[in-house]
Design a protein around this ligand. Structure first.
Ligand SMILES: *Cc1c(COP(=O)(O)O)cnc(C)c1O
Length: 407
């Protein structure tokens, strides 16, 4: 006989436990969904099938035939061993990433200082699993990447958004004061920032690192917060703008996150990575799922890295197209006033402000051009595409928003 359990409604609540009606969908089933997830929907920029896709900051150029051939060769090799689990430590890939960063930024790191996962999104979640958690807080400075609060939520970590200035820069003194006040366990600084494109001077990152060094995470004699500089768009920074990789020596609590999704043109491969002290990387090795990076993913990433020279060459033309797009936008009038355009060290440009940005976004979509409705009210973001795509974007924007040329 099945023992009779009390009806759920008669089960006494544990003190402090919030009960929530987690009934979802039309099936009428009740799932014990976490209360803080009950009103959440899956994240995602619209994936629509239109001719000009300028909404998620991808590289518009598909991999060359030479890159495709290398990927096919390495994946074939890997396929012969797919009965076995992949290399859990993937030190070969980590060494290739270290070599790439040495060329890209002039900073030489050891393979043990590199880490990779399925997109920098996963690296970021691992960081919060290791250094965040219940009772701890993540601090960032808005407007910034819309995924950060979701990582915090998924890692059951509190979320505090400090403020950037009107021009989207970060004031070092105000940022340091916010760190002292919030006493976070993890600080996320996107540089270049998404959706604004703003890069942080190293002096600002250092001011945050100094402020963090004076905070004790779990009270007296606790360790200091981890500072993560998210350089997803690092390769697009303008000449003379340094990478926070230069600050790694001497800052064991600093992590610099990068990705192959943007400049590298490998968004579909899902490879993000991080550079930090060996101790910090070792902490991530504790929380990663076993064999999280498949043998196929490792093969694809290593094949693409063989061609980094070719891919780096392409970045120059994307940067030039970015600057040309920003300049063109600055030369247009909206209702008699010049458009506002944020300085960008990324492969996108944030511009506005529109009284009804959704109408402009929709009008562009109707013209076959998908851009992004993101950032502070009134602004829109366009990713840098091919020269032809940018011509289509400009012509459509003039028609949809009724822009005039400044003279
Ligand atoms: C696109 C982006 C990433 C990259 O995410 P992946 O998971 O590596 O594709 C990370 N941070 C920011 C700010 C981004 O805009």
């Amino acid at each position: 006989m099945t023992p009779t359990l009390p009806a759920p409604s008669s089960v006494p609540s544990a003190p402090g436990v919030r009960h929530h009606d987690a009934t979802r969908g039309t099936g009428g089933g009740r799932l014990p969904l976490r209360a803080d997830l009950a009103d959440e929907v899956p994240y995602g920029a619209p994936q629509l099938d239109v001719p000009v896709l300028l909404n998620v900051n991808e590289n518009p150029y598909p991999p060359s035939d030479a890159v495709v051939a290398s990927i096919a060769r390495r994946v074939t090799q890997a396929a012969h061993g797919l009965n076995r689990y992949p290399d859990r430590e993937f030190l070969d890939l980590r060494a290739d990433l270290a070599d790439y960063l040495a060329v890209e930024s002039g900073v030489r790191l050891g393979p043990e200082q590199l880490w990779a996962a399925n997109g920098s999104n996963e690296v970021m979640l691992q960081l919060l699993q290791a250094f965040g958690g219940p009772g701890r807080t993540v601090l960032s400075f808005a407007p910034t990447y819309s995924m950060y609060p979701e990582y915090a939520r998924d890692a059951m970590t509190g979320w505090v958004a400090g403020r950037r200035e009107e021009d989207f820069t970060l004031d070092p003194d105000r940022a340091a004061a916010t760190v002292a006040e919030v006493r976070p366990a993890v600080i996320l600084l996107a540089s270049p920032n998404n959706p604004t494109g703003t890069a942080l001077p190293l002096a600002t990152v250092e001011a945050v690192l100094d402020a963090a060094a004076r905070v004790e995470v779990d009270g007296a004699a606790g360790a200091s917060p981890v500072v993560v500089v998210d350089e997803a768009y690092g390769e697009f920074r303008r000449r003379g703008v340094p990478s926070a990789l230069e600050l790694l020596a001497g800052h064991p609590n600093l992590a610099v996150s990068r990705t192959m999704s943007k400049a590298f043109g490998m968004a579909g491969a899902r490879v993000g990575y991080l550079a930090a002290s060996r101790e910090l990387v070792d902490a991530l090795r504790v929380v990663r799922l076993p064999y999280h990076l498949s043998a196929v993913t490792q093969a694809v990433a290593r094949a693409a890295l063989e061609h980094s020279d070719e891919l780096m060459a392409q970045i120059g033309s994307l940067r030039a197209e970015r600057d040309a797009t920003a300049e063109w936008l600055r030369g247009r009038l909206l209702d008699g006033r010049p458009l506002e355009v944020a300085d960008s060290d990324s492969n996108f440009v944030l511009f506005g402000r529109f009284a009804d940005r959704h109408a402009v976004w929709q009008g562009m979509l109707d013209e076959g051009v998908l851009i992004r409705e993101v950032g502070p009210e009134g602004w829109l973001r366009v990713s840098v595409g091919t020269p032809q795509e940018m011509e289509t974007f400009k012509a459509a924007l003039v028609r949809v928003a009724g822009l005039e040329e400044a003279r």
